[in-house]
Design a protein around this ligand. Structure first.
Ligand SMILES: NC(=O)c1ccc[n+]([C@@H]2O[C@H](COP(=O)([O-])OP(=O)(O)OC[C@H]3O[C@@H](n4cnc5c(N)ncnc54)[C@H](OP(=O)(O)O)[C@@H]3O)[C@@H](O)[C@H]2O)c1
Length: 287
């Protein structure tokens, strides 16, 4: 039987050991790891994948794009796509810094407690790679999303990028620069997802507990203090105020299952492209 080969492209000096372990645990036979990959170096790596196995066997080679720099990874993914021609291609997955699997798991967790269509959602710290994807996926399922930043300019820029890329229009940028502003913003929210930088508190526990319409609060920051006060990293559907809470580890089980299932699905055909929305569909199927 033809061996399954995963080619791991990473812009960091050392390709992510996390991504390598998950790849091996997902059942790939051989993992080829490349670090410090530049856009200018992508074509020969992709051509090596395209021209070695023909016909149906092409599906047994796939490419994973990772690394800590999500913007660089997006450029690497685009360069991989550009290197293909016609049907001669291999499947691709992008999950730099865990952005797509983490965002997908968080949105699926929220959807367990409230129908996303029409729900009012606030994405705190929404300008980072995870927050942008959380906002995109919530909006794709019909939520009314408010994406926050300390800067209106950065929030607006993030919204413009999401809308330009995905066409999701129900995302509104907001600057949040005080406890009062957060409380006002959260007063009618049913979903709040904290996507701020590690170790930064975005809203305190007392404010969260005063949210009278809260159904679900999710904090993706695993480094103390919590991004959303009152949420522990291991919380999984734990009562908080009028709703339930999840911490980073609480959504981590689904994130890991999604990552593995996505990698396995790469080998089902030679033309898979797994980015935010496709990985979200896989997470939803897992539930
Ligand atoms: N569980 C997992 O597997 C996993 C995987 C990936 C990420 N994560 C976690 O998910 C969260 C989001 O990840 P990310 O990579 O998207 O985050 P990020 O880019 O590091 O930060 C997100 C946003 O946080 C805001 N921020 C930064 N410093 C701040 C401060 N001092 N006060 C208030 N806001 C601040 C910034 O927004 P503005 O400058 O626009 O205000 C920034 O765009 C992080 O906590 C990360 O550790 C977890």
């Amino acid at each position: 039987m033809t061996k399954r080969i995963l080619i791991q492209l990473d812009s960091d000096p050392q390709p992510s050991s996390f991504d390598s372990v998950v790849a091996i645990d997902s059942g790939v036979d051989h993992l080829l790891r490349y670090g410090q990959v530049l856009v200018s170096g992508v074509v020969p790596l992709v051509h090596g994948a395209m021209f070695t196995r023909g016909g149906d066997e092409l599906r047994n080679t796939a490419i994973f794009v990772g690394g800590s720099n999500v913007e660089l990874a997006e450029n690497l993914l685009a360069a991989c796509r550009d290197a293909f021609f016609g049907p001669v291609r291999v499947s691709l997955m992008m999950d730099a810094n865990g952005c797509n699997t983490t965002a997908s798991a968080a949105v699926v967790a929220a959807g367990r407690h409230i129908p996303l269509s029409g729900a009012k959602a606030v994405v705190l710290g929404g300008t980072g790679p995870v927050g942008r994807r959380v906002s995109q996926l919530l909006a794709a399922d019909g939520a009314e999303v408010r994406l926050t930043s300390r800067s209106l300019e950065r929030a607006s820029h993030a919204c413009e990028q999401i809308i330009g890329k995905s066409g999701q229009a129900s995302i509104q940028p907001l600057a949040v620069d005080s406890t009062h502003a957060v409380e006002t913003l959260l007063s009618d929210a049913q979903i709040v997802i904290g996507c701020g930088a590690a170790g930064v508190e975005l809203v305190d526990q007392e404010t969260v507990e005063r949210m009278s319409r809260l159904e679900v609060a999710i904090d993706l920051n695993a480094v103390p203090p919590a991004g959303i006060g009152g949420i522990e990293v291991t919380d999984k559907a734990k009562p908080l105020g009028t709703g339930v809470a999840y911490g980073a580890i609480g959504v981590g089980g689904l994130k890991m299952k999604t990552h593995k299932a996505a990698l396995q699905s790469l080998f089902e055909s030679n033309d898979r492209l797994l980015d935010a929305e496709e990985i979200y569909a896989i997470a939803k199927a897992i539930g």
